[in-house]
Design a protein around this ligand. Structure first.
Ligand code: ADP
Ligand code: MG
Length: 392
């Protein structure tokens, strides 16, 4: 099996609890083999229910779920759960069993011989940086972080095709949690399992997921890659769920200098005099002209400050040219340049292509407006900036 192959499919799945609560409403979703999917949403949005429908801890009221093309109703729950690893927040470790017995629960169900069980458990302990001696302890003798690691490796012990995790790291401190994220990413890449991972934490979802399903009142509001969700939130609910900070980051992450620059910088050529430069500056009400050769290659700039100190206005502008210009490249990402440009404090920054041909100009006002507009209004930001022009 490989990526692109549909592994899990929810078809028009609805789950109504006895009490008439519609926990999942007409959900349609496909998950590909080897994909890491996060279900995210506020409390009560139906994530846990949707997850538990996959291993038949609950059955749908309407609709069907397929794994690898087979309706899961045709599997017995026991056989199904052998194919699926499961981990939850409270670790779900059996307190009366040793760590070892916990880890090899599913391998024993699958009737692996004892030697294989032991080797696997020891390898997994090493994999998650836990001493092998802990295998003979009881869960209550371990710290919270250690127990959660055991929860994770128990879910993975039999190398199941599908792994379900329900807010497994919710109760952990940020550092332990970060380490476990890295661990899960590594293990998933190594074993190539298909994951459904429930969380209410957007940062966790953005870090882990190939695709994110956003749940709201039992429905999937948006199902897409983290990049697309950030750049194209489906509606206000998704937008508020993601939060302005992340939207701003995502937006600036992807804007290139080319997209916000003004394309008509004012230029002057080497033969011209200081007097010519002054005339253009006066007429166009700008304080900077870029000096370019006949092929529009950028040579430098002349600014009003430099000109102010010249006695003889018939002087060639090449006598007062400032060559220290550090232009931006049209393909630079704004995100990487924003801080530097604002700090430099220059009002006008030339933009060149790969051949050092002058193609545009970024004004400080443009950048400041970009920043504010991104915060206040995602959509009109770019248009406004494009209309901004050279005026300062
Ligand atoms: P989440 O995991 O997103 O917090 P759940 O799937 O647990 O959401 O719950 C979805 C809705 O279904 C909630 O309104 C919840 O109260 C209800 N619910 C969950 N489990 C049961 C149950 N066993 N019996 C009745 N209602 C339930
Ligand atoms: Mg839940």
């Amino acid at each position: 099996m490989e990526r692109g192959h549909k592994l899990i499919e929810y078809r028009k799945v609805t789950k109504v609890y006895d009490s008439d609560i519609v926990a999942v409403k007409d959900a349609n979703i496909t998950i590909e083999d080897g994909e890491f999917v996060c279900f995210i949403g506020t409390s009560g949005s139906g994530k846990t229910t949707a997850l538990r429908l996959v291993n038949r801890m609950h059955d749908p009221t309407e609709g069907e779920i397929f794994i690898d093309g087979e309706n899961i109703q045709d599997y017995s729950p026991v056989n199904l759960r052998r194919k699926i690893g499961y981990a939850i927040q409270q670790t779900g470790l059996f307190p009366h069993m040793t760590v070892y017995e916990n880890v090899v629960t599913v391998p024993r169900l699958l009737e692996w011989d004892e030697e294989k069980c032991r080797t696997t458990a020891e390898q997994l302990m090493e994999r998650v940086d836990l001493p092998i001696e802990l295998l003979d302890r009881y869960p209550s003798e371990l710290s919270g972080g250690q127990q959660q690691r055991i929860g994770v490796i128990r879910a993975l012990a039999a190398n199941p095709g599908v792994v379900l995790m329900d807010e497994p790291f919710g109760a952990l401190d940020p550092i332990t949690r970060d380490a476990l994220h890295d661990l899960v990413i590594e293990l998933q890449e190594e074993y190539n399992n298909t994951f459904i991972f429930v969380t209410h934490d957007m940062d966790e979802a953005l870090k882990l997921a190939d695709r994110i399903a956003i749940w709201h009142e039992g429905e999937i509001i948006q199902y897409d890659t983290p990049e697309n969700i950030l750049s194209n939130p489906a509606n206000d609910y998704v937008r508020s769920f993601i939060g302005q900070d992340r939207l701003f980051d995502a937006k600036t992450n992807n804007i290139k200098v080319r997209e916000i620059m003004n394309e008509n910088p004012l230029t002057i050529t080497p033969g011209k005099t200081v007097s010519d430069a002054l005339t253009i500056m006066h007429n166009k009400r700008v304080d900077t002209l870029f000096v370019v050769d006949d092929n529009n290659k950028l040579l430098g700039r002349v600014t009003i400050e430099f000109i102010a100190n010249v006695d003889d206005q018939s002087k060639n502008i090449m006598d007062i040219i400032d060559r220290e210009i550090r232009p931006l490249r049209a393909d630079d990402l704004i995100q990487n340049k924003l801080r530097e440009v604002l700090r430099r404090g220059r009002s006008n920054i030339p933009v060149v292509d790969k051949e050092n041909i002058l193609v545009g100009i970024i004004t400080k006002t443009t950048l400041v407006n970009l920043t504010y507009n991104l915060i206040w209004d995602q959509d009109i930001a770019q248009e406004e900036i494009l209309e901004e022009g050279l005026s300062e």
